[in-house]
Design a binder for this molecule. Structure first.
Ligand code: GLN
Ligand code: ZN
Length: 751
């Protein structure tokens, strides 16, 4: 046995699963049809792995929405309000993921959070005192069984119980400890079911082991696994970790009777040292994560082979650093990509080939493959721009400091804008309806010219400006109709970026993104948003927010270069966006929102790395973007998800004037933290969840606003939804926003 992967993408090379699932939601196809399409996708995945000669075929990693939700469904961790709906298993599953509304019911979706340091989102499990953990017979076993019918070397995979209970939200009085017993009982049933199926390995994913672990965490893990591993099983067990190293628990893992340990050698900075220091059990198999599961550059075989050779380990399986879920399907689909760049890329299919090549080189001594790969690496040619290098070299502290101080700006801006209490705004995008996408597609396919394309978007802008005025918004937006994606749109106007046509990566549920590739030095080619923003502003006396994507988000949502430090790449992007900010200001745009939707996402998983590895360059990059604007220009930022409880000071130090963020789908707990930290930036905690099609009532929004005002002073609070509306339909958005404005007006009446 020599090669394996942790998991594979499942949305389909052409996003077949997305299309089918959304059709199912709209009742355009029935469940049988959806299951048929998903079965085909799974079988294709298994076959591709078999064709690439992997020693193990991964099964059970498929998901209709999210693997954490799959695992909680398997363990019966389904909150009662969803099981009470009386739906079939799949619909109950989707109800938790997306919320559910019919004539008699209205239940919100479960919260969603970013999966470790990725842009994938998982559904946060909710455990109450009466949660009865036990095995529920689900699709998981069918999938694995189907795989074994066709392939003899199947590895099933599950998200492990430690990770599930660490990621869960406990809404009652009980805590993780209280659930060990029922989990072990459930695993007895899971193992006895798996014993009936002919799998070779069970991979249990425990990525939560790469966080900083307390003594209590370790005890929890040990308690769980000493008992789980004692359950009779006819297959081997691989404890799989990724996104970092397991420095706090490596010695225990090495001692526990796992048959395999999956360790990440790329993000796991200490993995190699741990093995060298503590050794590696000869009776175990090391699943060595050496092929990057997150980035898309080719593997440098020589380096990888050297690493593998240096390992004092008897049994090695060459594997990926994490699931290939986080990379697109295949480079082959990118027919329009610059061949110079293309030869350096490896997506999921190519990574399977890389595993095969590494296998041949490492185990069978094939040197031809090594030489060819080495030649490729001698030939990397990232486009360089000396002007960019020079501009960065000349930066001083003053470039990172906005004056006067924020408190003073706040007074100046209150005078400038005369906004009412609780000013209302949206996060930027309005629904990208069919006609908007059609217009873009016609233009892309040269069926309409630039004028026609622009005119259509102008009409849309005009209509939405009128709608917002009519509805009673205070700070308007132009709707972002011209953007396919908040990163791609900017990247297309910057030097140094490359774009793909089909390189989709799942973000959450049926949502996928197509991250650009940062390939060379970055600079702004031409003004990007100025025309749309100034046109929108010309239609109204109310302020229109200019809408930009910030440098950290552009960087985090792209596939980054690996030949220069992240800091340098981000600074290049920051300067390009600074040019755009100053251009907007020059053209009369007085409020500019610089979205840093993804700032929190790449925060290192270990606390000790937060500043030195990330925030120390990420926060300055944001400051560089807006430091040169006038005191009267109001800078907003927006962050998706409010998981920044622990880095509140750093967020305040971004020195924006206003920040909006998601709050409705987590809970409002962050507000206490803002208060406790004397947060200075004005805040717009999202008052309703736009990730769900559900329409919140006026009173529901009113209550959220009241909760916020119970904790924060009204002079500091903005009211907005919690993210952009582009993925929503117009009817639900307009209905929600009308309730929203009515709720704000009701509240203002009481102030
Ligand atoms: N301005 C963007 C929008 O409204 C922000 C999107 C985001 O935060 N993901 O679409
Ligand atoms: Zn957002």
């Amino acid at each position: 046995m020599s090669t394996s992967i942790i998991g594979f993408p499942r949305i389909g090379e052409n996003r077949e699963l997305k299309r089918a699932t959304e059709k199912y939601w709209k009742k355009e196809i029935d469940q049988d049809e959806l299951l048929k399409i998903s079965d085909e996708l799974k079988e294709k995945n298994w076959q591709i792995q078999a064709d690439a000669n992997l020693s193990l075929i991964s099964a059970g990693d498929f998901s209709f929405f999210d693997n954490v939700l799959d695992a909680t469904t398997l363990l019966n961790i389904t909150p009662k309000r969803y099981s009470d709906l009386g739906l079939n298993q799949l619909d109950e599953y989707f109800a938790q993921a997306r919320g559910y509304q019919d004539d008699n019911h209205s239940v919100k979706a479960l919260p969603m959070k970013k999966w470790y340091n990725t842009n994938y989102h998982y559904i946060v499990p909710e455990i109450d005192d009466d949660t009865e953990i036990k095995l529920v017979e689900t699709r998981f076993f069918d999938d694995v069984k189907k795989a074994t019918a066709k392939h003899s070397n199947v590895k099933a995979s599950l998200i492990g119980p430690f990770t599930i209970i660490k990621l869960s939200r406990y809404v009652g009085n009980k805590s993780a400890q209280d659930f060990i017993e029922p989990i072990v009982e459930a695993y007895k049933d899971i193992f006895s079911r798996l014993n009936e199926i002919d799998i070779k390995w069970l991979q249990i994913d425990e990525p939560s082991l790469v966080f900083d672990l307390t003594a209590e965490d370790k005890k929890l893990f040990d308690d769980l696994y000493t008992r789980i591993l004692a359950i009779p099983h006819d297959f081997k067990i691989n404890l799989q970790t990724y996104f970092g190293d397991v420095r706090d628990i490596y010695e225990d893992l090495n001692k526990l009777p796992f048959d395999g340990l999956g360790l990440d050698f790329l993000e796991g900075k200490q993995t190699l040292d741990l093995i060298k220091k503590y050794g590696f059990d000869d009776n175990k198999v090391l699943f060595a994560g050496v092929v990057n599961g997150k980035n898309i550059w080719r593997n440098e075989y020589k380096k990888t082979i050297e690493l593998l050779k240096s390992l004092p380990v008897k049994n090695i399986v060459i594997s990926t650093s994490c699931s290939l879920l986080h990379v697109p399907y295949t480079v082959e689909n990118e027919t329009e990509l610059n061949p110079e760049l293309k030869q350096h890329l490896a997506f999921a299919y190519q990574k399977l080939d890389e595993l095969h090549d590494l296998d041949e080189s490492f185990f069978n001594g094939n040197t031809e493959l090594l030489d060819a790969n080495e030649a490729l690496f001698k030939n990397v040619n990232h486009p360089k721009d000396p002007a960019v290098t020079k501009r960065i070299a000349s930066l001083t502290d003053a470039d990172y400091t906005r004056l006067p101080k924020r408190a003073e700006r706040e007074t100046i801006q209150k005078d400038e804008f005369h906004l009412p209490d609780l000013p209302t705004t949206t996060i930027g995008s309005f629904p990208q309806t069919k006609d908007v996408r059609k217009n873009r597609s016609l233009y892309k396919h040269h069926e309409i010219d630039k004028n026609q394309y622009d005119q259509f978007n102008k009409d849309k802008i005009k209509r939405i400006i009128e709608w917002q005025e009519e509805a009673g918004f205070d700070v308007l937006v132009h709707g972002e109709y011209e953007r396919n994606d908040m990163v791609e749109y900017f990247g297309e106007n910057l030097e140094g970026f490359a774009f793909t046509k089909k390189a989709w990566v799942q973000s959450y549920g049926t949502r996928a993104v197509k991250p650009p590739i940062i390939w060379g030095d970055v600079s702004r080619r031409n003004p990007i948003t100025v025309a749309a923003s100034t046109y929108a502003q010309s239609l109204t006396d109310k302020p229109v927010k200019g809408m930009l994507t910030g440098p950290v988000t552009i960087f985090n949502w792209s596939f980054p270069r690996e030949d220069i430090p992240a800091k340098e790449s981000v600074t290049q992007i920051a300067l390009a966006i600074q040019d755009e900010v100053l251009d907007l200001e020059k053209h009369g745009i007085k409020i500019i929102q610089i979205d840093e939707a993804a700032l929190r996402e790449k925060l290192p998983l270990r606390k000790s790395d937060w500043y030195k590895e990330y925030l120390d360059w990420a926060i300055p990059a944001f400051k560089l973007v807006h430091s040169k604007v006038q005191p009267t220009t109001q800078i907003h930022t927006h962050m998706c998800y409010s998981e920044f409880n622990d880095i509140i000071k750093a967020i305040d130090n971004m020195d924006a004037d206003v920040i909006s963020f998601e709050a409705s789908r987590s809970d409002l707990s962050i507000i206490d933290k803002l208060k406790a930290n004397n947060f200075e930036t004005e805040v717009g905690p999202g008052v309703y969840d736009i990730h769900s099609p559900r329409v919140p009532s006026q009173s529901e929004i009113y209550n959220v606003i009241s909760d916020i005002l119970a904790k924060l002073h009204e002079s500091k609070v903005w009211i907005n939804p919690d993210c952009g509306l582009k993925t929503r339909g117009e009817s639900e958005s307009f209905a929600s926003l009308k309730n929203f404005i009515a709720a704000v007006q009701q509240k203002r009446g009481e102030l």
